[in-house]
Write a protein that binds this ligand. Structure first.
Ligand SMILES: [Zn+2]
Ligand SMILES: [Zn+2]
Length: 105
């Protein structure tokens, strides 16, 4: 029984433990699982992507991808790329619009 409950890919969320000193861990969000791991040791571990649900490996990108800090809810490269494309689209549209403005002036 217990074996079955543990048989899943952990789905991590960033949690701050401790009061004096900042101590960040990734805690599994599965209801039956109390697993967590210090973020300093999380690199190279398998977890479930918080966006698409696919298995992913925690990398330096995961740990530094959120303004130089660990992602609150780790997501895979595919989901990072998807977001990046979106941001670039927004930037392209903004550049296009500002370009248009200068032309019409
Ligand atoms: Zn778990
Ligand atoms: Zn994903």
């Amino acid at each position: 029984m217990a074996k079955k409950l543990a048989n899943h890919i952990h789905k991590y969320k960033k949690i701050e433990l401790g009061t004096d000193k900042e101590y960040l861990v990734y805690k599994c969000m599965h209801p039956a699982c109390s697993h967590y791991i210090p973020i300093a040791l999380a690199e190279g571990k398998l977890c479930e992507c918080n966006r698409c649900g696919e298995p992913m490996i925690i990398t330096k990108v995961t740990l530094n991808g959120s303004n130089g800090g660990p992602m609150a809810k780790p997501h895979c490269n595919d989901c990072i790329e998807r977001k990046k494309v979106k941001d670039e689209d927004v930037a392209a549209i903004a550049a296009f619009l500002s370009g248009n403005e200068t032309k019409t002036n």
